[in-house]
Design a protein around this ligand. Sequence first.
Ligand SMILES: [Mn+2]
Length: 324
Amino acid sequence: MLSLFHTADWHLGHYLHGVSRQFEHQRFLDWLLGELLSKQADALIVAGDIFDSANPSAAAQARFYEFLVKTRTRQPDLDVILIGGNHDSASRLDAPSPILNALGVKIVGGLMRDDQGGIDWDRLIVPLTNKSGEITAWCGAMPFLRNADLPAGEQGSDSLIAGVTMLYAELIAQLQKKSTPGESLILTGHCYMVNGCLSELSERKILGGNQHALPVELFPDNIAYVALGHLHLAQRVGLNEHIRYSGSPIPLSFDEAGYTHQVVQVDIKPGLPLETMAVKIPRSIELIRIPNGKDFAVLSELVFQWKTCSLKITFRRSNGRSLN
Ligand SMILES: [Mn+2]
């Protein structure tokens, strides 16, 4: 059996209306370390948007590297795979890859082409081993694809989907070449699929409408699991249990306050149907809207109403329970 954990869209270094999310991220990473250990996970996949910006703060980077060292020190057999998202700088993520490889962590920030334009596909293909150290699956790690990554002649907006499809098809072909019968094929990517459910305040502003949505046919039936990042609401793609967005671990906007934040635990047993389980992430800080959880008021108005005793506030958790 192979047990893998799928998470994405950490956005380390994020600020919400000027408030640092450092505490929430630290709590999440500490919790994740404990989960990986207690569930004896074999692999961890982080599907992009590791950092909130292309130029993350020293504090955000320190938190990231500290997490990787702790994970590998506590669980030396855990395969860790990370890819770049649209918020990440591909080259910044790739820069420490020699050190991370030596630590046993595979990071693919972006596609790298040689002078002839060829892609080093081996960089994107990672073996996953079970507790006995046997290879039981192969993971194709496709970072977020930018226009410049697409094959020549596929940069126009109409052919963007065709270009992305070609690259995924090539990765899958390379993945199949590496594997032998009985070994599962897994993919991770950072992209927007058709009919995905977007958060109004968080991801929509970075997507140019729906014209770049990719069809689910991108992933053929022989792929056991697709670990996606980009959308912050945990969801499966269409009716496919095995093609999922894990969602972000913390709410990145007030629109996301009601989401159930989770990581996905995927158990792959040879010859048996895949099992996916949502592992709920404890919320360390509540996002609360005043006065009524739906609308919001200007602070000066609230202070005035509070002083004149005309404001009555009932705090409610995102799950609807009253806080007071
Ligand atoms: Mn994101």
